[in-house]
Design a protein around this ligand. Structure first.
Ligand code: GCO
Length: 449
């Protein structure tokens, strides 16, 4: 594989999924703390109260990142750890945790990439309407300003939001994620407008307080359609599907959110679908939302295959019997990586960073004490080869963050699924690097020579 020498090889986690310390040192409750505590919302009632206890094991974990040899580490900041009530009084101890984390990373020559929002919204603000409240963009701006001022001397890379299409869709439509409140379309659209304004305001604050900042956001490529045979007809069909959506999947589609965040407008189809329900975005708001970004993240795990049946009719998601799957039953579809990044780049001409890619597996500690995960190594190898193919074909991909550094709280699935290249024994919080950890370490070493 020939990636450029300065390609950013990294790995990623998120605050609620690894930190624990749910109310430690003054941290306020997040909507996930409340949601998971309800019981019945997550696998066997699992919560992030302790998670991987990263809040107390940060130095040990960063030392492991140093052994892995990554050039960068993508982590998120828990907003209610900084502002326990989401707004107003600052929790200095919470801020200090992240400042110490950044210092520890820099000691190992690891560049911090900070995600401001990875779903752990302050519960006190949710009680005031959350993203539906017209004040929500300013709440987020104030949080972003505080983080930028406190860490901006050492942190230069920021993502405003992780997967807006997921936390809105699962949190306020499917209700399998926090806060699990079902909203009708007009409220969801109003929420999208506020989230987009919040993104714009956060970009403004970061640019103001971190002059040499590089900013983006990290969407999932929820509907990565890919052609089984790379004929013009199927390629065009896949691209059409990728750049559009139906009434059912509008909020889950990357097309809806990329148009909103990158152009500051609702996708052209939105008027057909929603008519007068569509909130107005003024010209001034459009400019605020769509300030130029330096890169766009992309969380890519799987995609929907596009093929023709014997009668020449489009078939979506039809894979051969016995097609490979991950531990969570997601189909292994490396070509989705190639076509998702190529379609995005040819549509928006913005450098891409793969902000998440990886797979869950039913990993166990073997009799020899190791954790052997050949399936994960094969998955990573295949997806990286497709990413390299896209780079060779002209796509500007500047980095890759493997999801995830360590096994962690997989939202409604709790700890039942393991995405890490480091095994976490939750009984005693032991960390055991898996075979994939050593494979990735050696790959990085080879690439940066
Ligand atoms: C997501 C989130 C991660 C998940 C990971 C595995 O993409 O859903 O960003 O927090 O844990 O993707 O599902």
């Amino acid at each position: 594989m020939n990636f450029k020498k300065d390609f950013v090889w990294g790995t990623a986690t998120s605050s609620y999924q690894i930190e624990g310390g749910a109310q430690e040192d003054g941290k306020g409750l997040s909507i996930w703390d409340v949601f998971a505590r309800e019981g019945g919302r997550t696998f066997e009632g699992h919560t992030g109260e302790v998670a991987c206890d990263h809040y107390h094991r940060m130095k040990e974990d960063v030392a492991l990142l140093g052994e892995l040899g990554v050039k960068a580490y993508r982590f998120s900041i828990s907003w209610p750890r900084i502002f326990p009530k989401g707004f107003g009084s600052l929790n200095e101890k919470g801020l200090k945790f992240y400042s110490d984390l950044v210092d520890e990373l820099l000691k190992y020559g690891i560049t911090p990439y900070v995600t401001l929002y990875h779903w752990d919204y302050p519960n006190d603000l949710e009680m005031q309407g959350g993203w539906l409240n017209p004040a929500s963009p300013e709440w987020f701006a104030s949080y972003a300003e505080t983080v930028a001022k406190a860490l901006g001397d050492r942190v230069k890379h920021f993502f405003t939001f992780n997967e807006p299409q997921i936390f809105t869709w699962l949190g306020y439509d499917k209700c399998t994620h926090a806060p699990g409140i079902k909203y009708p379309a007009e409220r969801l659209l109003l929420m999208c407008r506020h989230i987009a304004l919040a993104h714009g305001r956060a970009v403004q604050e970061i640019r103001e307080w971190v002059t040499d900042s590089r900013v983006g956001y990290a969407p999932t490529c929820g509907n990565a359609y890919w052609p089984v045979d790379e004929t013009d007809e199927l390629i065009n069909a896949a691209r059409r599907l990728q750049n559009s959506f139906g009434i059912e999947d509008w909020i889950h589609s990357s097309a809806f959110w990329n148009e909103l965040f990158l152009k500051g407008t609702f996708h052209e189809q939105s008027k057909e679908l929603f008519g007068p329900l569509l909130p107005v975005i003024t010209e001034e708001e459009q400019k605020l939302i769509s300030q130029p970004l330096d890169f766009c993240g992309m969380n890519l795990y799987q995609g929907t295959s596009v093929s023709f049946d014997s009668q020449g009719k489009l078939l979506l998601g039809k894979l051969p019997v016995g097609h490979g799957k991950t531990g969570m039953g997601w189909p292994i579809t490396p070509k989705a990586m190639y076509w998702a990044v190529r379609n995005f780049y040819e549509t928006y001409r913005l450098p891409v960073i793969i902000t998440e890619n990886g797979m869950s597996a039913l990993d166990v500690v073997s009799l020899d004490g190791g954790v052997h995960d050949p399936g994960r190594i094969d998955y990573l190898h295949r997806y990286l080869k497709e990413l390299e193919r896209a780079i060779i074909d002209g796509v500007d991909v500047t980095g890759y963050f493997l999801w995830s550094f360590m096994d962690n709280f997989e939202w409604e699935k709790g700890y039942d699924d393991r995405f890490g290249i480091v095994f976490v024994d939750y009984k005693n919080q032991t960390r055991i690097p898996k075979d994939s950890f050593y494979w990735y370490r050696d790959l990085i070493k080879e690439k940066i020579q």
